[in-house]
Design a protein around this ligand. Structure first.
Ligand SMILES: [Fe+2]
Length: 293
């Protein structure tokens, strides 16, 4: 089946734009926990502003696949400036001192985790938090030399195709999930939540791992539990059916909204043990919020 890429926009970003954006970022910026346009030095030129305006459409559900031809450190700086101009960039892990989080390969990690070698099924990062980051940027430094590890995105709006009885149960505040510790800038951990948004919110809180986790409300009867598990699995099936597969190449970045998309990863290629660790797949991830929330 041909994938629907109607909301995926591929753009080449010239070295002049990267240089300009990179220069806007103060050198001591990693000591900040949040940055926005007020922290930048100067304002973008007209040409650069046109580019930023385009990227602002990430908040409307557009996905941007940017291809750079600059040095990795300069790309990283330019992207942080760009996210600060779209809204605000967040350091969400207290222990870190960078806006970029390393996504390397760890042969010993849980294969389904971000740094594992297996498939990472569809999910939203920090889904239990009241204000999980809405925007995400994934930058590729080195792809998997064994030709695996593609990024998966799927439109969360496919829940509209769920049978009514499943949509109804996913709207009930009956789900619990483990808490990521040591986070900040993401609001409160919700001990129980609904997967589909209640009227006052537009956040879907989905992870495929919920069905395996089976960690639902302890007071649920067995038959109620089964309906919930089926509903989660049906949603995952719809997400898989509508998935976009993107094999990021070196110096490419993907920018998308967690309000609109679940993300995941295909398994890395066979034979990871043969790969020199200094040459294994290396991605970087950063989080931001849009200005209009
Ligand atoms: Fe993730």
């Amino acid at each position: 089946m041909k994938q629907d890429e109607s909301r995926l926009f591929r753009m080449s970003v010239g070295q002049n734009i990267v240089k300009e954006l990179s220069k806007l970022l103060p050198t001591e910026i990693n000591t900040h926990r949040i940055i926005d346009h007020n922290d930048l030095m100067g304002t973008p030129t007209k040409d650069c502003q046109v580019f930023i305006n385009k990227l602002n459409e990430v908040s409307e559900g557009k996905i941007f696949l940017l291809t750079f031809e600059s040095e990795m450190e300069e790309i990283k700086r330019a992207l942080i400036s760009l996210m600060a101009l779209i809204g605000m960039v967040l350091q969400v892990e207290k222990r870190d001192n960078s806006f970029w989080y390393s996504l390397g390969v760890d042969l010993m990690a849980d294969p389904n985790a971000g740094n594992g070698i297996g498939e990472n099924p569809f999910h939203i990062d920090m889904l239990t938090f009241s204000h999980f980051p809405l925007g995400m940027t994934i930058l590729c430094e080195r792809p998997d030399s064994k030709n695996g590890g593609s990024t998966l995105l799927s439109d969360l709006g496919v829940h509209s195709k769920l049978p009514q009885k499943y949509a109804d149960v996913l709207r009930k505040k009956r789900f619990t999930y483990w808490k990521d510790e040591g986070l900040e800038q993401v609001g409160q951990h919700l001990t129980t939540f609904s997967i589909l948004p209640a009227r006052e919110s537009s956040r879907v809180r989905f992870t495929s791992k919920l069905s395996k986790w089976f960690n639902l409300h302890p007071n649920l009867k067995l038959n109620q539990r089964e309906v919930l598990i089926h509903a989660i699995m049906q949603y995952e099936t719809l997400l898989k059916r509508n998935q976009i597969i993107i094999s990021l190449e070196s110096s490419q970045a993907l920018i998308f909204s967690q309000l609109h998309y679940a993300h995941g990863r295909t398994a890395l290629g066979e034979g990871q043990i043969e790969v020199n660790p200094s040459l294994s797949r290396q991605l970087w991830r950063a989080y931001f919020n849009y200005a209009n929330i």
